[in-house]
Design a protein around this ligand. Sequence first.
Ligand code: PAF
Length: 285
Amino acid sequence: MKTIRTTAAMVDWSRTLHREGVTIGFVPTMGALHEGHRALIRAARLACDAVVVSIFVNPTQFGPTEDLSKYPRQLRLDRALCRKEGVDAIFTPTTAAMYPQGSQTIVTVPSLARRWEGDARPHHFQGVATVVTKLLSLVRPDTSWFGQKDFQQAALVQQLVKDLNLPGRVVVHPTVREADGLALSSRNVYLSTQQRRAAPVLYRALHAGASAIWNGERRGADIQRRMARILATESLATAEYLAVCDPSTLEPLKTVQRHAVLLGAVRIGTVRLLDNMLVAVRREP
Ligand code: PAF
């Protein structure tokens, strides 16, 4: 497995493979790889001839009071996981390589970034949009994979790729969960034993919202209340938002018609957890 450290070497690698007719699958990450990432890598492996994983903790998507310095970094373990999964190359640029002195350009996707995570983390999505634009321009993949766990991020990336004609197809891979429903996330390592026990309440709340829809409830406010009621049963968890939204615009739905995405963010101690559930309305027989 090759380690690519510079942007120039990344462009060269991609160009050489494309010239040989090799298809490139790309999994962008910030490291601290877990089973969720492994699932993305395996999907990429199946679909493309060569797979590259980027490992870059992107400073521009962290706010001034967020956990950039504490974000888990474990390059040795990440490298081992990638090697075991047959990854062809890892791209590990430095911050100076990605943001050389004098860089100014910022990419924004205003409407999709406005609510939910955008409210809670004001500059987060412009950091994500900017780094994803740069990564896709350097790697020039045929296909890239993003996890559904970060639903708003995945929606924004799809819009970004379409609007800017960035290279490759975007595939959103279903969330990988623990047996008790907790969505896998690099931040789960911060949970104490007691907090870890409390954490699946978010999944249960979303599931209660989805069940309400499957059982015929269509009013967004009532579905939202059902989710909030479940969340309130766990004293360690505080809801930041629980919302019933249109899956393409992420705007709140007064009435669910065909599809909805249930979005949730909770705080457990100092850890913020995100999750979501896509729900299709059952057609009458
Ligand atoms: O989801 C992540 O790990 C990051 O937001 C991403 C897409 C790699 C951009 O830094």
